[in-house]
Design a protein around this ligand. Structure first.
Ligand code: BG6
Length: 481
């Protein structure tokens, strides 16, 4: 298998918030990697903008440092060539300063991408300034980071602000989970194989568990996180997207609108979630270890750093099949996976072996990307007929060697922006539909005054989450080994 790199067309990428954390950690190193492998053409240019009053040399020094830190395998000559494509124009995102300089810095005959690596409060204002300055040409794209709003009303306002200046096919709303290799593999698994699709429904599937567990806490991001919580930060976007790709009908083709039409249908079919089907938690302060409340600096905060909930998709394919979603910080392991539990065999012909277990298909997103199928076999050996569950395990790293090394999600997504491919980006109606499902759930616990339960750092989450599953006679998959 040979990995192919097809260079994209020449572009000017204007990076707003160029001195910010995401730009330094992900976007600039990502662009460097694409340059290194030959996907970013020599004629491409990156124009950093921010309010800081520095010149291009000053910005290049900043970029050099970020590449050294976040792309440590860099080569000096390649980095020098990359930096020769980088410029800087100081721009006041909401004031008048800098916009005419930015206009002068842009070429008219190449693709333009405006990447807004800034808070959502600045999206509409920047879009308007770009439009007023005549920079939003028909060949421009605008890229916005998550969070895409705080609730349905703010997401609608953002959509209106962006659409007043750009057309929907020019707007790229990032959900970096869609850029992860195994997330795309989920579509390949479902729609490039004939084995699974006939079984992919309520007749054969008992339930689905989607887990995104993290070991990190919210330290350093407390101010943002405490306004969001796990529901807004992770469920509304990343986990809903994973659920959509797992549950959607086969799109007629792999094109942006065919795929996104099917995802929207899943979100719109989501039923309201009952309070008893939600478990929220906060990691506690422990001896020697600050807890959530210390990290956000508010001893009275009721924001959740963990959430588990049971979702139902009200359509023919999924009637009665629960989708259990859970995500949390400071948990026992860093693990993201989708586990599809097939129904138990209806009848056993084997005497004295107890009930048979259903197969479980696990799609591991990170770490150690791969696919496992829990299968029942005869236990080897003489004397009696016993069964045991074993994993048919495919680690992509083992199966594909170097070809399994996939670019960071951001690299893939930025190149898709330049190529003009929106398949892996959220459409405006999709973001709104997800908020329309999430908003009443949040309002519900706010109105009831629910407090998140405490959980130990390094655990699997609060007891309440275990109970949520136990009540249904099921068990969560273990987090962390
Ligand atoms: C971000 C969230 O979108 O995703 C973070 O804001 C979270 O809170 C992160 O830590 C997880 O991303 P990944 O790629 O590390 O799984």
């Amino acid at each position: 298998m040979v990995s192919r790199v097809i260079p994209v067309d020449p572009f000017d990428l204007v990076l707003f918030g160029a001195t910010g954390d995401l730009a330094q950690r992900k976007i600039l190193p990502g662009l460097y990697h694409r340059f290194e492998v030959g996907q970013m053409p020599e004629e491409a240019r990156i124009i950093g903008t921010a309010r800081s009053d520095m010149d291009s040399d000053g910005f290049r020094a900043v970029v050099r440092n970020s590449i050294k830190e976040f792309a440590p395998s860099y080569e000096k000559d390649t980095l020098d060539r990359f930096l020769s494509k980088v410029d800087y124009v100081p721009v006041d995102a909401l004031g008048d300063a800098g916009w005419s300089d930015l206009a002068k810095a842009l070429r008219s005959d190449v693709i333009r991408a405006f990447y807004l690596s800034v808070g959502p409060g600045l999206f509409s204002g920047i879009a308007q300034r770009l439009y007023d300055a005549g920079l939003a040409t028909s060949d421009s794209r605008i890229v916005v980071e998550k969070p895409f709003g705080h609730d349905l009303a703010s997401a609608k306002a953002l959509n209106e602000g962006l659409r007043a200046c750009f057309q929907e096919h020019q707007i790229y709303r990032i959900d970096h989970y869609l850029g992860k290799e195994t997330v795309q593999n989920l579509m390949a698994l479902r729609f490039a194989n004939s084995l699974f699709e006939p079984l992919w429904n309520a007749t054969h599937i008992d339930h689905v568990q989607i887990t995104v567990a993290e070991t990190v806490g919210v330290e350093g991001r407390g101010a943002y996180y405490d306004q969001s919580g796990a529901m807004r930060d992770m469920i509304q976007n990343h986990l809903v997207q994973l659920m959509c790709l797992t549950a959607m009908e086969p799109p007629s083709k792999f094109s942006p609108n065919s795929v996104r039409d099917e995802k929207v249908k899943v979100i719109e079919a989501l039923e309201p979630v009952e309070p008893k089907d939600i478990a929220r938690g906060q990691y506690r302060t422990e001896k020697g270890d600050d807890g959530y409340l210390d990290h956000v600096g508010d001893p009275g905060s009721r924001t959740e750093s963990y959430i588990a909930l049971k979702a139902h998709i009200g359509n023919w394919r999924w009637a009665g099949v629960p989708f259990y979603l859970r995500t949390g910080k400071r948990l026992r392991g860093r693990e993201s996976e989708i586990a599809v539990f097939f129904r138990d065999p209806p009848h056993t012909i084997f005497p004295n072996v107890g009930p048979l277990h259903g197969n479980v298909l696990v799609i591991r997103l990170q770490p150690d990307e791969g696919i496992t199928l829990r299968t029942t076999i005869k236990e080897p050996g003489q004397g009696g007929f016993r069964l045991s569950d074993v994993a048919l395990d495919m680690s992509f790293a083992d199966a594909l060697g170097d070809n399994a090394k996939s670019p960071d999600a951001y690299e893939r997504l930025i190149m898709d922006v330049i190529r003009g491919d929106q398949t892996l980006f959220m459409r405006g109606d999709e973001a709104e539909a997800a908020w329309a499902w999430v908003d009443p759930i949040i309002h519900g616990w706010e109105e009831r005054g629910d407090k998140p339960a405490k959980y130990d750092q390094g655990s699997s989450g609060p007891e309440e989450a275990l109970m949520l599953m136990h009540r249904d006679g099921r068990r969560w998959r273990q987090i962390g080994g």
